[in-house]
Write a protein that binds this ligand. Structure first.
Ligand SMILES: [Zn+2]
Length: 200
């Protein structure tokens, strides 16, 4: 929930966040564009412009026992991507969906907040209440390091702090570690997530 603080915070100059996209075959590129547009409308007051360097069909690793999330976070961030998001359709006829609770509309990794997935299905029973645009915006707040909270007041400060931590030489929109600290380079984000996966 937004609070008045939203417009009281100085977010600094406008920046781009480059989000590379994987999509399952049943999520069209137009659908991806619409969802990203919803995020840009939401993030406009923060001076964050989400751009998409590329959209690729999602070719799953084929490990049937791996969860969808594990599959996404196993991807390294490659330049110029600041984030990697998979857009998936719940109607994919994928038996792995059975492992996810029906109310799960996406997820973002905690160790770096740089990778995640969003359920982009147009219509499903529970999405009558949470439309995909809203689910996408929700997950993209996690990509800025914002945790779950009743209201977004702390999140505004988090966003402003994250933008202040951009290192122009790094050519990277910082990730956020599990303690809320910035990961200023792509290498740092990749290394941190690799370590976290190895330590599981
Ligand atoms: Zn969430």
């Amino acid at each position: 929930m937004h609070t008045q603080e939203r417009f009281a915070v100085n977010y600094g100059p406008p920046v781009q966040m480059r989000v590379c996209v994987l999509r399952t075959a049943d999520v069209s590129e137009q659908r991806v564009e619409k969802l990203i547009a919803a995020v840009n409308t939401e993030f406009e007051p923060y001076g964050i412009d989400v751009v998409v360097p590329w959209v690729r069909p999602w070719t799953r690793s084929g490990f049937a026992h791996r969860s969808l999330f594990d599959d996404v976070i196993a991807h390294e961030l490659e330049a110029p991507c600041d984030r990697l998001v998979a857009f998936v359709d719940r109607n994919a006829g994928d038996f792995l969906w059975g492992l996810l609770m029906p109310e799960v509309l996406g997820s973002v990794d905690d160790p770096t907040h740089t990778r995640g997935f969003v359920v982009a299905t147009q219509v499903s029973l529970n999405q009558v209440f949470t439309p995909p645009g809203k689910a996408t915006v929700h997950e993209f707040y996690h990509l800025l390091g914002c945790p779950h909270a009743g209201e977004l007041t702390d999140c505004y400060a988090q966003i402003a702090a994250l933008k202040r931590n951009i290192d122009p030489a790094a050519d990277f929109f910082p990730g956020v570690d599990e303690y809320g600290q910035p990961l200023k380079t792509r290498d740092a984000a990749n290394h941190t997530l690799r370590q976290a996966i190895a330590g599981q």
